[in-house]
Design a binder for this molecule. Structure first.
Ligand code: ATP
Length: 311
């Protein structure tokens, strides 16, 4: 009998920046209660899933040497979790996952979470599961706090560990310059440093409502005044060069700069696209980061790519 091998499925998935990240005290389960506003940016990974006699993971692109190729890879955890949820044997999925990284690794932009979201989305199609967005989001939430947002994209308010999402109206395309650093920062390490710093001084970002109002107004200048991240002081404490990076971006003309999530990536909000290109050029010559990217947000969450580049 002729067996039909399903066509590989490729999904593009965005990085995130936190426009607002308020970190509560650490909970019994070790997590911190968060109030955050995510925005999905046009820095993306592409994830292809296919049926294969050689199951496993392969990774190429920026920073791929630092990405695990075993069950520690969040994309592989997505494969086994979805297999379990759909009654398949998680140890015999017959799936090969190819990741093309465009999102900086360990950069505070949730690249691993993005790959997990893309893998869920792609396998849903490959295995013809027909799970809706809500069902996928439930599974995504079990994989990690940032995974549901990578599925959803756009701009969203996140609470809990960041996994409970409500879409936010954002009336504007915002233009960003992203400054990348060579060595990543571990998220648990940054939270640990925050807990340590808070024993001496307890500066916290303000309320989230003004941020939501600024997003609704669509004025980047208004939003720039309200960007805030409770993890920033901890990231700067662990990596003091970030203070110089943040200053250099603002000196180059950015409206404001912020450490993205747990860092060390810094994100600079710019007036418009032209300004972003100019600021990126200036920042890349300032010797305060490894490289820079220009990005826009919000963009859509995980979505199918029609043309295969790597078949
Ligand atoms: P967080 O989501 O905690 O903010 P991050 O954005 O700082 O994380 P990631 O790029 O997700 O950083 O990587 C964090 C660590 O997760 C890496 O050091 C890497 O070892 C591991 N990892 C697991 N799976 C992946 C993946 N698919 N892509 C990148 N890193 C991964």
């Amino acid at each position: 009998m002729l067996s039909v091998v399903p066509t590989p499925i490729t999904v593009r998935v965005p990085a995130k920046v936190n426009l607002h990240l308020s970190v509560g005290d650490s909970r019994q389960d070790g997590y911190h209660e968060l109030v955050t506003v995510f925005q999905a940016l046009s820095l993306t990974d592409e994830v292809t899933v296919r049926s294969s006699d050689e199951p496993g993971i392969e990774v190429r692109g920026e920073g791929s040497d630092d990405v695990p190729l075993d069950s520690d890879n969040l994309a592989w955890r997505a494969v086994t979790e979805l297999a379990r949820a759909s009654g398949r044997d998680p140890d015999d999925t017959g799936v090969r996952v190819s990741i093309n990284k465009g999102i900086p690794v360990a950069g505070g932009m949730a690249g691993g979470s993005a790959d997990a979201a893309a893998t869920l989305f792609a396998l849903n199609a490959l295995w013809k599961l027909e799970l809706g967005r809500d069902e996928l989001a439930d599974i995504a939430g079990r994989l990690g706090s940032d995974v549901p947002f990578a599925l959803q994209g756009g701009t969203a308010l996140g609470t809990g560990r960041g996994e409970r999402l409500v879409p936010v109206l954002a009336r504007h395309t915002y233009h960003w310059v992203i400054a990348l650093h060579g060595e990543g920062l571990g998220t648990p390490e940054v939270y640990g440093e925050l807990d340590r710093l808070r024993r001496n001084s307890d500066n916290r970002v303000g309320e989230v409502e003004p941020v939501l109002e600024a997003l609704a107004s669509g004025d980047p200048r208004e939003l720039a005044l309200l960007l805030g991240n409770d993890l920033q002081a901890a990231a700067v404490s662990l990596r003091p060069v970030l203070r110089r990076t943040l200053r250099a971006g603002v000196d180059a003309g950015a409206l404001a700069g912020i450490v993205s999530g747990s860092g060390p990536t810094c994100a600079f909000l710019c007036t418009d696209g032209e300004d972003a290109v100019r600021i990126a050029a200036e920042l890349s010559g300032a010797g305060v980061c490894r490289t820079v990217r220009v990005a826009q947000g919000p963009v859509a969450g995980a979505r199918l790519v029609e043309e295969h580049s790597d078949r």
